[in-house]
Design a protein around this ligand. Structure first.
Ligand code: CP
Length: 324
């Protein structure tokens, strides 16, 4: 694998390979082998132009557990505020010896630009670009669903027949996009639920069923209900229902939580708006996988960095992500 830019072009075999390597990584962590020597001598740069808690820290933990050196770059407080371009910033970090660049950027397509421009030779991992994609979030979500569904028998399996319902601000969500593509590739039945004004215009081309009524979706007893963060910072008040109305019609409140079968898992990528898209009862319930998702994120990101940086022997079946 040369880069990980999206899940739309990630094939089934490659996706399962990443999830299986993540299982191996999780096993080493459970055996309390805190550090593997695999990436000794490699340098991973976390290049974050947007805020992050989970993704940035998780990539840092993943790289360190594989013995890589880590350089953390945050646009805030850097020379980006003096007008330095993405090209010059990336080339500066490459000159410090980056082998992999993990980038989060507000512009959809920034990771693709970095991977294909020829500015740098490092492998590129998309850690969230605009409203486009967040592939490692989808991989850790798929890992969590597979683990909860199949337990110790997870290795080698896809998600055929598993019903996943994704609820909320689909319009602005790179998490939703990456999940729709990946889950469909793995054979899951994906349903999206959102207010009509928060459904993207191009959704007819997505491998998912669209509903507008959350209670109708819950009555179908999904195996996983994934609540999305309402991205108030990207919202135009003209097309967002009031927060009160949103919470009443599309929020996961205690009544809806009890209507959801006992076997359904409640997912959220974080950060959560408690009391808006998800109630405290749902977020803190035994069915919630929120913290499990965070823990699994480290194993999945270890797998991605390993497959990217450990050389030919770690290459995926079809190496289908774009070459720089
Ligand atoms: N889920 C997620 O991407 O969280 P952060 O914004 O905290 O990284």
């Amino acid at each position: 694998m040369r880069h990980l830019l999206d899940t739309q072009t990630l094939g089934r075999a490659d996706a399962i390979r990443i999830l299986d390597v993540a299982e191996d990584m999780a096993d080493t962590q459970q055996r309390e082998v805190r550090k593997l020597p695999t990436l000794r001598g490699k340098t991973v740069v976390n290049l974050f132009f947007e805020d992050s808690t989970r993704t940035r820290i998780s990539f840092e933990a993943a790289a360190k557990r594989l013995s890589a050196d880590v350089i953390n770059f945050s646009a805030k407080g850097s020379s980006v505020s003096k007008g330095e371009s993405l090209q010059d910033t990336a080339q500066t970090l490459q000159a410090m010896g980056a082998d992999a660049v993990v980038i989060r950027h507000g512009a959809s397509g920034a990771p693709l630009t970095l991977a294909t421009s020829g500015w740098i030779t490092a492998g590129v991992v998309n850690a969230g670009d605009g409203t486009h994609e967040h592939p490692t979030q989808a991989l850790l979500d798929a890992f969590t669903i597979r683990k909860r569904t199949f337990g110790a028998d997870s290795r080698g399996r896809d998600l055929a027949g598993v019903k996943v319902t994704i609820v909320g601000d689909v319009l602005h969500s790179r998490v939703a996009r990456s999940n729709v593509w990946l889950l469909a590739t793995l054979g899951a039945e994906v349903t999206l639920v959102a207010p009509p004004t928060l459904v993207p215009q191009d959704v007819s081309g997505w491998p998912a069923t669209i509903l507008y009524d959350l209670d109708e979706a819950i009555a179908q007893r999904p195996d996983a209900l994934m609540m999305l963060r309402i991205q108030l910072e990207r919202m135009n008040a003209a097309y967002f229902p009031t927060e009160r109305e949103y919470s009443r019609r599309w929020g996961l409140d205690p009544q809806r939580l009890s209507a959801l079968g006992a076997g359904s898992m409640v997912m959220h990528p974080g950060p959560m708006n408690r009391g808006l898209e998800i109630s405290a009862e749902a977020a803190d319930s035994a069915r919630a996988t929120v913290l499990e998702q965070v823990a699994n994120g480290v194993s999945v990101r270890m797998a991605v960095l390993y497959l990217l940086l450990a050389g030919e022997q770690a290459g995926t079946d079809s190496d289908n992500q774009r070459e720089a």
